[in-house]
Design a protein around this ligand. Structure first.
Ligand SMILES: Nc1ncnc2c1ncn2[C@@H]1O[C@H](COP(=O)(O)OP(=O)(O)O)[C@@H](O)[C@H]1O
Ligand SMILES: [Mg+2]
Length: 161
């Protein structure tokens, strides 16, 4: 029996068309191929590619269940206003609705480990050269999923709502 689907709005129609496209592997591959550029590497949580629409950025694809993209995004938002901390973190530009894709500034790979500083701030963890890169002359962490978050215990006056 034929049923005629009446779409309630344009966004529902859009989602239905996208679902149709996703069922076709060739279309899906070609779509990803327009977005994913050179493959830069993987860790246990993400596969990282140059972001083709703007090669000054990378796109990090979540390949684990650690929600690393979401943790990194949250950390960036927590510290981005504090330059003393954020200068060590590779800036994040955007994240997809469920955190599976993250757009981050592209850092230059560490080629010469002799240029790395001997001292680093104590809040940085998971120290290995793979997790760092250069943005100009500044060394930045490109993987700060496990950055130490310090909680303040000092009491303050609050306004209940
Ligand atoms: N912002 C970036 N710029 C350039 N290369 C990156 C960037 N982020 C990650 N990479 C490369 O991709 C690899 C994996 O990314 P990473 O964030 O460490 O993933 P994971 O969380 O799985 O360890 C890194 O070791 C690095 O080589
Ligand atoms: Mg890593």
């Amino acid at each position: 029996m034929n049923t005629i689907k009446i779409y309630t709005n344009d966004s529902e129609k859009r989602e239905n068309v996208i679902s149709g496209i996703m069922k076709d592997h060739v279309l899906t591959y070609e779509m990803l191929d327009m977005i994913l550029g050179e493959y830069l590497g993987s860790g246990i949580s993400r596969a990282v590619f140059v972001y083709k629409p703007d090669i000054r950025f990378v796109i990090k694809v979540e390949i684990s269940s650690y929600s690393a993209n979401i943790l990194e995004w949250r950390t960036w938002h927590n510290f981005k206003e504090d330059k003393r901390i954020s200068k060590w973190l590779c800036p994040i530009k955007d994240i997809s609705t469920h955190g599976l894709f993250l757009i981050q500034k592209r850092a230059k790979k560490i080629e010469d480990t002799s240029l790395l500083p001997l001292k680093l701030p104590t809040f940085l963890s998971d120290i290995k050269s793979d997790n760092f890169g250069w943005i100009g002359k500044q060394l930045v962490m490109v993987d700060y999923t496990w950055l130490k978050l310090k909680a303040e215990t000092k009491l303050r006056t609050v306004k209940w709502t």
